[in-house]
Design a protein around this ligand. Structure first.
Ligand code: NDP
Ligand code: MG
Length: 382
């Protein structure tokens, strides 16, 4: 039996993690969970899974749910509450599926408690990859990817010598606007941007997919997870999302990971590896039905956010922190209808340009730069 804590249980990854746990009650036990503001779903999960510890976004929500849960559990709130769930003494594995760099502190705390980390929360690695990976090495903790591309690469590298890898090829579906010209993008609405062709995900990552920032964040994530230089990471547009990513080796062999676009597969693998379990309701890949697979070169002029991410990653220091925080702030503003779609990239570029990168930043410096970058984007709104 594996005891599991889930941060962000009411989100897209969180609910699918709970589906995996629900499908295998003999394998997994949910000992603690967190959510933000979705009390209706959160309380439903608490009453079903009966975790011992729960955390919510605010004190008000904590008070509100205490009267409606029919099980004895500790209810925490705020950032401290996230930490309580992350270091839950009853759990061995932390699934971090919270959205944004708010996931950084709980990840650090869980590493120090030697929890295995199943990481969906890519913003954490983007903002502080060097510190997370160094700390994980120091404590002998494994950071297991949940992101489908990174889970694919992880599996392509199984039993291989990473020194014999010549490059990794991260695939990208292209997001909601893959067939739009720059001109077409000028008037797009939030509703159009949220309509992803292949994956059903939370709103922030769906916008990140449309701007291609998601792929940029994933490039930085791959750099840290697999300790791989940026010139060995390629991005390939592959609209069917059947190949989840590939690895090319020095003898020219290429190993690819294929499957239907279903996040339950990488989530479950992160909880069971190196073993596998049946995914009960999953649709199987039928290549005859798929018929053809398409590949296109990634156009960095068409998708400037991907270029910003490669540049920020290569320069390093606090630039990836600025990239991530400015993106979170700009996407938040777009979702609230405060800015246009193309303003997202303009704001990120401005934030990057005005920042003087700090080399080898400490966690405090990262937190400060994260905060200042969000404030900078806010200042552009007025
Ligand atoms: P969602 O927006 O669907 O879910 C986010 C979760 O975090 C919700 O449970 C939300 O709670 C909670 N949350 C948000 N803000 C706070 C806060 N301030 N305090 C406490 N809890 C908070 O996101 P996704 O599931 O789509 O994505 C989660 C992470 O996984 C992201 O980093 C994303 O990039 C990554 N990822 C997602 C994939 C996907 O298919 N969705 C694929 C690969 C990676 P509530 O809703 O109750 O407010
Ligand atoms: Mg992904």
């Amino acid at each position: 039996m594996k005891n599991i804590s889930v941060l962000g249980a009411t989100g897209s990854i969180g609910t699918q993690t709970l589906e995996v746990i629900r499908a295998h009650p003999d394998q997994f036990c949910l000992t603690s969970l967190s959510f933000g503001t979705n009390a209706t779903l959160g309380v439903k999960f608490i009453n079903e899974f009966r975790p011992k510890r729960v955390s919510v976004a605010t004190r008000e929500i904590a008070e509100e749910i205490k009267g409606t849960i029919d099980t004895a559990c500790q209810v925490y709130y705020g950032e401290e509450g996230l930490m309580e769930v992350a270091v839950d003494p009853d759990s061995q594995i932390l699934v971090n599926a919270v959205m944004g760099s708010i996931g950084l502190n709980p990840t650090m705390a869980a590493i120090e408690e030697k929890k295995t980390i199943a990481l969906a929360n890519k913003e954490t690695l983007v903002t502080a990859g060097h510190i997370i990976m160094e700390n994980a090495r120091k404590h002998g903790v494994e950071i297991i990817p949940v992101d489908s591309e990174h889970s694919a690469i992880y599996q392509c590298l199984n039993g291989e010598n990473i020194k014999e890898m010549s490059k990794m090829i991260v695939t990208a579906s292209g997001g909601s606007f893959r067939d739009y010209s720059r001109k077409d993008l000028e008037g797009v609405t939030v509703e159009q941007a949220l309509n992803h062709p292949n994956w059903s995900m939370g709103s922030k990552i769906t916008i990140d997919s449309a701007t291609m920032m998601n792929k940029g964040l994933e490039v930085i994530e791959a750099h840290w997870l697999f300790n791989t230089p940026y010139d060995k990471i390629d991005v390939l547009l592959h609209r069917e999302s059947v190949i989840h990513s590939m690895v090319e080796f020095i003898d020219g062999s290429v190993i690819a990971h294929l499957g239907t676009p279903d996040m339950k597969v990488p989530i479950q693998y992160a909880l069971t590896l190196p073993d596998r379990l049946e995914v009960l309701k999953g649709k199987r890949l039928n290549l005859v039905e798929v018929g053809q697979l398409h590949f296109e070169e990634m156009d960095l002029q068409r998708f400037p956010c991907l270029r910003f991410a490669f540049d920020a990653g290569r320069i390093g220091g606090t630039l990836p922190t600025v990239l991530n925080a400015a993106n979170e702030a700009a996407v938040g503003a777009f979702l609230k209808g405060q800015i246009r779609f193309l303003d997202i990239e303009v704001f990120i570029e401005k934030a990057l340009e005005q920042h003087e990168s700090i080399k080898e930043p400490t966690l405090d410096e990262i937190r400060q730069v994260d905060h200042m970058s969000r404030e900078y984007v806010q200042s552009l709104l007025v």
